[in-house]
Design a binder for this molecule. Structure first.
Ligand SMILES: Cc1ncc(COP(=O)(O)O)c(C=O)c1O
Length: 471
C-alpha cells in the first residue's frame, strides 16, 4: 500500500450492507484522497476528466465511502450505471461464481451460455414483440458504432442522422455523432463522414414554445432529411429517447412517434440509444416506452450489468442478421463475467421492480425541484423522468432577443455542484453549455437518503442564490 491511503478507515465490504448515512469526517476531498490525486497527476493522462476527486474504497445502496472515511450520498450512480446499486448481492454472487469457473474463452472462439442468456433476456425485455437478435460489446460507444454498421449493412445506404445536443460516445464515429465540441471533439478530427445533424425538440428552448415543439421539430427534421440528404440515402436515424449528456432533454411530445413513423415509411432504421436511459432508469425499463415507440434497433449499456462493462445492440432479426459472419464481434464483447453480472442485475431489476422505484424517486424529487424553480429565477427549467431528473440553470435576466429562454449559466451550475460535493453529495453536471445539474441516484437508494440529498441540494441552491444574487 502506498502512502496516502488509510487502511484503518476502509470498510471491509461495499454493497447494500454499508451504513446508509452521509458522514463527513474530513474536508472533501480529505488528506487520503489528496495524496492519491497527487499520484494520479504523475501517472494518469490529463485528458481523463474527474467530477469529484474523492477516492472510493466501498460503495452500496445510496452511498460512496472514500479513503478518508467520508460517506457521501450518491446522486450519480457512476453516470447511470449502478441502477441496482453498487456491489449488488446478485451481481457479486454471479460474478464470483463465474470467475471461479472461467473468466474468458472469447465467444467467437468457444462460446458459453451466459452470452446467449443475456441476448434472450434482451429480446424479452426490449420493446416490440417481433423476432429479435442481439450482439454484445464492451462499451456504449462500441455498441453505437456497431448499430450504425448493422443499419448500413441492412439498408445498403450510408447517411446517418443525429441530433443537436446528442451524445453517443468518444470513438471516431461516435464523436461524429456527438454534438458538443469541447471537451469531446475539439482537436480530434477529422471525423467520420456522412453524419447529418438535425434540430432537437428541446421544449425549454424551442422558439415557438414548448406546446408545439415536438410536432414542429419533427416537421423541420423530416423536411430537412428529404431535401438535404434524400431519405433514400439514409441508413439510420439515431436518437436518445431522453438526451443524457446533452442535458436530460425530454423531447417535445409527439417528436419520437413522428420520427418513428417517418423512418418506417422511408425504410430508415430507427436506432434508439438507451445507453443512459435504459434498465429502469426513467420509470419504465426503456425510455421508448413512454412514447410507445418501437425502434428497429436499441442500444443498451451502463445499467445493464450492475457496473461491469457490457453493452448491446438488440433489434429486428432481419436487420441484425444483415452483416456477414465475422463482421461483428470483438475479443471481449459479452465477456463471461459481464454476462453473469447482467443476468444478476436484470433479475434484481425485475424482482425488486426497480422501474417502480424510479417512479417513486420522481414523485419524491420532482415537487421539490419544481419548488426551487418557483423560488429562484436562475433555476430556468426542471425536467426528466423517473430517476433521471435535472435543473437547467440560467442567467437571472430576460431571454436574449429572438430566444425562448435566458442564457445558460455554466458558472452557477459549477458552483452548485462544487458546493454539493463539499457537503457530501455527489452531484453531476451535464448539458451542451454545462449548465444543467443532473440527478441520477441508484434506484435502490433508501428514501431517507434521497430526501437528505434533496435537502442538501436545496440548501446549496439557497446559499448560492444568497451569495450571487443577494436573494
Ligand atoms: C446515450 C449514450 N450513448 C453512448 C454513451 C457511450 O457509452 P460508453 O461511455 O459506455 O462508451 C453514453 C455514455 O455516457 C451515453 O450516455
Amino acid at each position: 500500500m502506498r502512502s496516502g491511503t488509510n487502511t484503518a478507515l476502509r470498510p471491509p465490504h461495499g454493497g447494500p450492507g454499508l451504513p446508509q448515512v452521509r458522514r463527513l469526517v474530513t474536508a472533501v476531498p480529505g488528506p487520503g484522497s489528496t495524496a492519491l490525486a497527487r499520484r494520479r497527476s504523475q501517472a494518469v493522462a490529463r485528458g481523463v476528466g474527474e467530477t469529484l476527486p474523492v477516492y472510493v474504497v466501498a460503495a452500496g445502496g445510496g452511498v460512496l465511502v472514500d479513503v478518508d472515511g467520508n460517506s457521501l450520498i450518491d446522486f450519480g450512480s457512476g453516470i447511470a450505471v449502478t441502477n441496482v446499486g453498487n456491489s449488488a448481492d446478485s451481481v457479486v454472487h454471479n460474478v464470483t461464481d463465474q470467475a471461479r469457473r472461467f473468466t474468458h474463452t472469447c465467444f467467437m472462439v468457444t462460446p458459453y451460455e451466459g452470452y446467449v442468456a443475456v441476448c434472450e433476456e434482451l429480446a424479452r425485455l426490449t420493446p416490440g414483440g417481433h423476432e429479435k437478435r442481439s450482439v454484445l460489446f464492451n462499451s456504449g460507444a462500441e455498441a453505437v458504432e456497431n448499430a450504425v454498421k448493422i443499419a448500413r449493412a441492412y439498408t445498403g445506404r450510408s447517411a446517418v442522422v443525429a441530433f443537436a445536443h446528442a451524445y453517443h460516445g468518444r470513438t471516431n464515429l461516435t464523436m461524429a455523432l456527438t454534438a458538443r465540441s469541447t471537451p469531446y471533439k475539439a482537436g480530434f478530427g477529422p471525423f467520420a463522414p456522412e453524419i447529418y445533424r438535425m434540430p432537437m425538440a428541446y421544449p425549454y428552448r424551442w422558439p415557438g414554445g414548448p406546446e408545439g415543439c415536438g410536432r414542429q421539430a419533427a416537421g423541420q427534421v423530416i423536411d430537412a432529411i428529404r431535401a438535404e440528404i434524400g431519405a433514400e440515402n439514409v441508413a439510420a436515424v439515431i436518437i436518445e429517447p431522453i438526451q443524457g449528456e446533452g442535458g436530460f432533454i425530454v423531447p417535445g411530445a409527439g417528436f419520437l412517434p413522428a420520427l418513428a413513423e417517418f423512418c418506417a415509411s422511408a425504410g430508415i432504421v430507427l436506432v434508439a440509444d438507451e445507453v443512459q436511459t435504459g434498465f429502469g432508469r426513467t420509470g419504465h425499463l426503456f425510455a421508448c416506452e413512454h412514447e410507445e415507440i418501437v425502434p428497429d434497433l436499441i442500444v443498451t449499456g451502463k445499467g445493464i450489468a450492475g457496473g461491469l462493462p457490457l453493452a448491446a445492440v438488440t433489434g429486428r432479426a432481419e436487420v441484425m442478421d444483415a452483416p456477414q459472419v465475422g463482421g461483428l464481434g470483438g475479443t471481449y464483447g459479452g465477456n463471461p463475467l459481464a454476462c453473469a453480472a447482467a443476468l444478476g442485475a436484470i433479475a434484481t431489476l425485475e424482482r425488486e421492480d426497480l422501474a417502480a422505484r424510479a417512479r417513486l424517486i420522481e414523485r419524491i424529487a420532482m415537487p421539490r425541484l419544481r419548488s426551487l424553480r418557483g423560488r429562484y429565477p436562475f433555476v430556468g427549467d426542471v425536467r426528466g423522468r423517473g430517476a433521471m431528473l435535472a435543473l437547467e440553470l440560467v442567467a437571472d435576466e430576460p431571454p436574449p432577443a429572438g430566444q425562448a429562454a435566458p442564457r445558460p449559466d455554466r458558472a452557477v451550475a459549477a458552483a452548485c455542484a462544487a458546493e454539493a460535493h463539499r457537503r457530501g453529495l455527489v452531484l453531476l453536471t451535464a448539458g451542451t453549455w454545462g449548465n444543467v445539474l443532473r440527478l441520477l441516484p441508484p434506484l435502490v437508494i433508501p428514501e431517507h437518503l434521497l430526501v437528505e440529498g434533496l435537502d442538501v441540494l436545496e440548501e446549496v441552491v439557497a446559499d448560492i442564490a444568497r451569495h450571487r444574487y443577494g436573494t
